[in-house]
Ligand binder design. Structure first.
Ligand code: BES
Ligand code: MN
Ligand code: MN
Length: 461
């Protein structure tokens, strides 16, 4: 398999570069047609690898691309999920090369080269590995599982319309395991299978004071300034131990045994490297937890953006009428995102001082997810990683979110296996996003080996 992939590698990369050139920015309505163009490109790519059935499903948002290869009714079925949409590339001026003109460059962590482009790692590059792995199996007559591809275009904006799609297409989507490559590993020397994702609850708040912006000399000192108030309210959302200060926030948080915590911390990355990579001189977070725990098994609250008043050139003396902030909470198993959004809203309104009005809206959310490590799918993946990397992969819980994963379990009753190959340093959502060629090729190989391993264990079970 390895040689087969290496022989094709230039073609695979060429195809991926083509996909990366389409600006499929789901958040920006201006790019609606580009998303459709990407969906059509994906459909053709699915046909090219041998899907007997492909279809574009229109939704109230961006289209979902579906493809399937059925080899036998008795064979196990693998559902592959990925997303073809990408994050906005801003700020553009910080890109060393334009985000939709992919280039290959060597870096310290990617001595064999990395592809620089928006979506290279999240998720076009990782999603494309699945198509190429299946293509190799088809070409060698070695595909012994049925495969169903669901590639969506709204992951980066909360997968709002995908739930309706999977509810409507439940029968078509029946499968024995869902596999996704949209998460990360620490290094190629010490690979990991991701066993958990955090949930998310994304809120927006507006604090309104006077009915118009006021002269800060005439009115300063007599009215509540919405920006001052918003800052005080936000500051009060954490206590002195950096715990989230919302009544009920921790009520349902699942507790992890000391033994499991110890095991998980064995794979903690070097703290100096962690700090150096992002240019900070100290880590900060919830008292009593390690950095690894703080970014995987603990819930958090962060302001993503805050604005109001005068932010233009020079100075303007003004008391703003309004202040706004976008606030997200990362959640862990058993926290219900709808309930957490409600707790946030109630609390935020309750702490509003006199003289202002507070509005709270929920953008989107999703639950956390933990996958079992004693399943045949996990064992099949573990074996595939061992075959490719010559070391047993550890399991790790990630801090990011893929909202549809818990939904898949709820609606389809199917577990998900997270076989991601990105590095934290690959700059997903940031300028100069990239994905290592080595990660890409090893990923294809691991995925291709997963299928026969899975079929084998499935048969024996
Ligand atoms: N691929 C990421 C999620 C991710 C990245 C999980 C790295 C684990 C490790 C995904 O595309 C993403 O960015 N998700 C969003 C959520 C969405 C609702 C915008 C996130 O985590 O912020
Ligand atoms: Mn992603
Ligand atoms: Mn993303």
């Amino acid at each position: 398999m390895k040689n087969l992939i290496l022989n094709q590698k230039d073609i695979f990369i060429e195809q991926l570069l083509e996909l990366l050139k389409i600006p499929s920015i789901s958040a920006d309505p201006q790019y609606k047609n580009e998303l459709r163009r990407t969906a059509l490109w994906m459909q053709q790519a699915l046909k090219d690898i041998g899907c007997d059935k492909t279809k574009i499903y229109d939704t109230a948002g961006h289209p979902v691309v579906y493809g399937e290869i059925m080899v036998s009714e008795k064979a196990p079925t693998v559902l592959v999920y990925g997303h073809y949409d990408v994050q906005p590339p801003d700020p553009l001026e910080l890109w060393e090369s334009p985000p939709f003109e992919p280039v290959i460059k060597k870096t310290t962590l990617h001595p064999a080269g990395a592809i620089f482009a928006r979506g290279a790692c999240d998720d076009k590059g990782q999603m494309f590995m699945h198509l190429k792995a299946v293509e190799m199996l088809v070409k060698t007559n070695a595909l012994n599982c049925n495969v169903k591809f669901v590639i969506e275009g709204e992951e980066e904006v909360g997968s709002d319309h995908l739930e309706a799609f999977i509810r409507e297409q439940q029968t078509m989507l029946q499968s024995d395991i869902i596999i996704i490559s949209d998460t990360g590993i620490n290094s190629l020397e010490n690979p990991a299978i991701t066993t958990g994702l955090r949930g998310l609850s994304y809120m927006e708040v507006t604090v309104t004071g006077p009915n118009r912006d006021l002269h800060s000399g005439l009115y300063g000192g007599t009215v509540a300034n919405p920006i001052n108030v918003l800052c005080e309210m936000i500051a009060s959302l954490h206590d002195e131990n950096k715990r989230v200060n919302i009544p009920g926030f921790y009520d349902e948080v699942s507790i992890i045994s000391d033994e499991d915590r110890k095991k998980m911390n064995d794979n903690e990355i070097n703290e100096k490297d962690f700090k150096d990579a992002i240019g900070i001189n100290a880590v900060v977070g919830e008292y009593g937890y390690t950095t690894l725990e703080r970014r995987s098994i603990r819930p958090t609250l962060d302001v993503n953006g805050i604005w109001g008043g005068y932010t233009g050139e020079g100075a303007k003396t003004v008391i703003p009428s309004k202040a706004h902030a976008k606030i997200s909470m990362r959640l862990v198993p058993h926290q219900n995102w709808v309930e957490i959004s409600r707790l946030f809203e109630d609390h935020f309104k309750a702490i509003a001082p006199q003289g202002v009005k507070v509005e709270v809206t929920t953008h989107h959310g999703g639950g956390a997810y933990v996958t079992p490590t004693d399943s045949i799918a996990y064992k099949a993946a573990e074996k595939a990683y061992e075959q490719v990397f010559e070391i047993k992969p550890h399991s790790k819980r990630d801090g990011g979110s893929i909202p549809i994963v818990p939904m898949f379990e709820k609606v389809l009753g199917c577990k998900t296996l997270l076989m991601g190959f990105g590095f934290d340093s690959d700059a997903i959502h940031s300028p100069n996003e990239h994905y290592g060629i080595e990660n890409f090729l090893k990923g294809i190989e691991t995925i291709a080996l997963f299928y026969p391993n899975f079929e084998d264990l499935f048969k024996k079970n």
